[in-house]
Write a protein of this length. Sequence first.
Length: 328
Amino acid sequence: MHDTRLYDDDARIAALHRLNVLDTAAEKPFEKIVTLVRTVLAVPIATVTLVDRDRQWFKAQRGLDQQETPRAISFCTHTIQQREPLVVEDAHLDPRFAGSPMVVGPPHIRSYAGIPLRTPEGYNVGSLCAMDTRERRFSPADIAILSNFANIVCDELELRLIAQVDHLTGALTRRGFVEQAEREMARSRRYERPSALVMLDVDHFKSVNDTYGHTIGDQVLHQLAKLAEATLRPIDVFGRLGGEEFGILLPETTADEALIVAERLREAMAGYAMQLSNGAPLNVTASFGVAELAPAMTSVATWIEQADAALYAAKAGGRNCTKLALVE
């Protein structure tokens, strides 16, 4: 049967981007797998490769210097077009690869075995690869071992995603939010585009927990998160940074525009009557701090600090208001 998911590259790219893994730092589970592949199969090169629109990017690699290469010259772009493993015993004899810069030049790949990395929706987002610099036959046992490792990679990609989402609110966790902020910071600077960060904190949340109990407190956070996500644009990023404190990343947004967004959300929250399981009507407010990304901010931590300082000023200024960070 014809599997259309193998030919729908736009949907495949969307599935890859949902994993939120491209351009992230090295992580132990993936590093461990490529080390094991290299050892168990006795190959000099092993990679966890993710195939983006125009490039292949290595989440983990052993035996390669590059972090990415053009997709056009990759073996993996062929692997993701099929369900079964791709095995090339001698690249010099395969017209698809004989002239590839990675075959005729460093790292001089001669043989290749790749297992597609398939998401639960059925899209091949990349491959787990074993490569040798000499002609080689990969046995059925080799392929079975590599396939088992590929299943572990797929599981790790899903677990990684779960770890980035806060189970109560559906917002990103602090870790997930910081990773997105790092990417947004790099993108904003590369293209010299504005970007803003908003921090918000629910006012008097301790008294909500003390008065109604933690179950009601959880319901309040859940409903506020849903209200925020309904108010924000699809490109905005919403995260729970801890307790009742949340962060919002606003790409392509100046300080003045971010103030308008924050005020709109503050008013929506203040006017929203909570639908709680105890039936009691409850309104809560939140305080907001806004910081536009500035040249002096050398890290995401300093960006968050600036927005946090503005949030603190909003709290000190009577709560249920928005303050802008005074950034040089």
